[in-house]
Write a protein that binds this ligand. Structure first.
Ligand code: ATP
Length: 629
């Protein structure tokens, strides 16, 4: 094929298929707003204000007191301002020379100026108080969300819609940035509206209902628009969730090589854009609805507003109200109208926020309900014996158990190797052994105690795990080793753990040795190679000196010298603990006292290396394949 052919093929090739439609089904796929009436939506606002007040109160009581004080001052000054304006109008529009009329109005005008200044000052102080509350409130809610996710039973991650609801809850955190401002503006507008409306009612009782009618359609429109916005947000949750994850994988420098050398960029960008377009399409499809809402509400509001001004003009012209009263009424109408509009806009914003806060709260409640509740017993070291008795575990949504009736006894000092094909249940078995998952059937006991009755932290204090895929924490070398078990300020045990995995030279070569930040992305940070990172993960597990040490493919990225050193180390420290090695490199199972071979979630074979290697079974077959090159 010539290069021209290739080029032609490239230009005529059909575009790649768009990303699959991502949606989840089941109880969480229904928009909670779909069944809520308009009245119930409005009725939520006081409850939301109450919730915002409680959250703020917990964050900074003094700032909340200051904020409420400012609201009272705002209201009082608005009322005084209008009343004094009315009083100033009488001499201004009365008889006498211009000088006399002005002199007569001066005391009332001074009160007007003072009230206006006080109102402005209260507004400024309220903004200051709000700025004191918001950052800490956002941090509180954000941290609460992170903590809730870290503390749930790990099994919850595999459940339907968990991650999407987590994504929806993140929006609640984002909304806390504007929530106090919205609530504060809503309250202050409400107070201004009540006081100005009160003054207006005193001047003439017909004006207020007319004004209310003028603004009400805008309120209905704003709430309906918020509802449409939320519907779109809800429909886009799953797409946004995946897009967010893809964005991270595509742009993080850690996977930059893979993206480039596999020419993934075009498709990733296409894919990212396709997902964004799909979100946009949903948003655009709703635009005519929001336009209709805006036009109808403006039309209805406009009709009533014209009626209000016409009524005022008619009453003044026909002498039904005095000219001075009419002049004050104009100001009162303007003030009430402005306040009412603010009430509507900020009320809708509070309502809008409430939708996302409800998602966040629902997720936090759900996460709290999924926090481990396993019983109050505590485990005490050392771990002498771990037993699995006919253990079964099935992931949600799967039709077959990942671990299916496994019985096993492990004793202190033993090394167990677990081998088997991909997906045969090895990692799931280690999750059951460590109590990360509780079995659906059967039981796992440590020193004779059922893990279902034990507080999990006391179990995890005795475990050390090097998982297949481990995190590369953007922390200093020292914390990367001690993470999970910061002991003392003495670096000796840290260096011992680093020596144990043969990493001393590499750490000493780093710009700040143990103090070097391990993150290439951060200014001043350094990066390790894949194998060096894996040594760090091993050193972390060794540093913990755990009663149960689990190594899941611990040396897959290491050079032979590193691998040899790690396995020598495992043998050296094996007497004090139970050690489990999960591996596909069957040669490494020679260090084990016992090997189990997993197949379809069951133990297909078990024995020593020699028994299995020459036993003519599955292990022998896999071993032969691993040397057949
Ligand atoms: N978080 C999960 N949610 C749903 N199913 C899962 C999850 N983790 C594993 N599984 C399924 O459980 C089965 C066993 O997986 P497991 O990870 O235990 O296998 P493994 O033997 O460790 O495989 P490998 O050698 O590839 O690491 C597989 O069918 C897998 O698809």
């Amino acid at each position: 094929m010539t290069s021209a052919d290739t080029q032609e093929q490239q230009t005529t090739a059909p575009p790649p298929p768009p990303p699959a439609d991502i949606a989840y089904s089941g109880q969480y796929s229904v928009n909670p707003l779909a069944e809520v009436s308009f009245r119930r939506m409005c009725a939520q606002i006081p409850a939301v204000l109450g919730r915002i007040a409680r959250l703020s109160w917990r964050t900074d009581r003094r700032a909340v007191q200051l904020l409420l004080g400012c609201q009272v001052v705002t209201g009082v000054s608005a009322a005084v301002l209008l009343a004094a304006t009315a009083r100033a109008m009488e001499p201004v529009l009365g008889d006498g020379s211009a000088g006399e009329r002005l002199r007569g109005a001066v005391p009332a005008l001074l009160v007007v100026a003072l009230a206006a200044a006080l109102g402005r000052a209260a507004g400024a102080v309220a903004a200051y108080a709000e700025r004191r509350i918001t950052p800490r409130l956002t941090t509180e809610t954000d941290t609460a969300l992170v903590e809730a996710v870290c503390r749930v039973e790990a099994a919850a991650y595999a459940e339907e819609g968990f991650s999407d609801r987590h994504e929806a809850a993140e929006m609640g955190v984002i909304r806390t940035l504007v929530m106090v401002t919205d609530a504060q503006r809503f309250l202050s507008a409400l107070i201004r509206m009540v006081t100005a409306g009160g003054v207006l009612s005193v001047l003439n009782p017909v004006m207020l209902p007319l004004l209310l009618l003028a603004v009400l359609p805008a309120g209905v429109g704003a709430v309906l628009t918020a509802r449409v916005d939320y519907e779109i947000h809800y429909a886009n949750v799953a797409d946004r969730n995946v897009r967010g994850m893809m964005r991270w994988w595509a742009t993080t420098p850690k996977y930059g090589d893979e993206v480039r050398a596999n020419s993934m960029t075009d498709y990733l960008v296409y894919w990212y854009r396709a997902l964004s377009d799909r979100c946009d399409r949903r948003t655009l499809a709703a635009a005519p609805r929001t336009l209709r809402i805006a036009l109808l509400s403006s039309l209805a509001g406009g009709v009533f507003l014209v009626a209000t001004w016409a009524a005022l003009a008619w009453m003044a012209v026909t002498g039904r109200i005095a000219l001075a009263v009419a002049a004050t009424a104009v100001i009162a109408v303007q003030t009430t109208l402005a306040a009412l509009s603010q009430v509507v806009i900020n009320g809708a914003a509070v309502f809008h926020t409430s939708l996302y806060l409800s998602d966040m709260q629902a997720f936090l409640d759900d996460a709290a309900a999924r926090a481990p509740k396993r019983g109050p017993r505590e485990l005490t070291a050392p771990v002498e014996e771990i037993q699995l008795d006919e253990v079964v575990y099935q992931y949600p949504g799967k039709d077959k158990p990942a671990v299916d009736g496994v019985s096993l006894t492990l004793e202190r000092g033993q090394i167990l190797a677990i081998v088997g094909a991909n997906g045969s249940g090895k990692s799931t078995l280690t999750r059951l052994l460590t109590g990360i998952y509780l079995p659906d059937k059967g039981k796992v006991t440590w020193n004779g105690t059922d893990l279902a009755e034990v507080a999990p932290e006391t179990v995890w204090r005795c475990t050390g795990l090097v998982p297949q895929i481990f995190a590369q924490w953007p922390l200093r070398v020292r914390e990367n080793v001690t993470l999970g078990q910061p002991r003392t300020h003495d670096d000796t045990p840290v260096w011992e753990a680093i020596d144990a995995v043969g990493l001393r030279e590499a750490v000493e070569d780093l710009p700040a040795s143990l103090d070097t930040l391990l993150s290439r992305e951060v200014f001043g940070g350094s990066e390790l190679s894949g194998g060096q990172w894996q040594r760090i993960a091993c050193s972390r597990a060794l540093y913990r000196r755990p009663g149960l040490l689990i190594l899941d493919e611990p040396t897959s990225q290491m050079d032979p010298r590193g691998e040899h050193q790690i396995f020598e180390q495992i043998k050296d420290i094996a007497a004090d603990r139970i050690t489990i090695v999960v591996t596909h490199r069957l040669e490494n199972t020679k260090i084990a006292d016992r090997i189990i071979v997993m197949e379809h979630g069951r133990i297909a074979e078990h024995g020593t290396y020699d028994e299995l290697a020459y036993g003519g079974g599955l292990f022998a077959e896999l071993l032969a394949l691993s040397t057949d090159r």
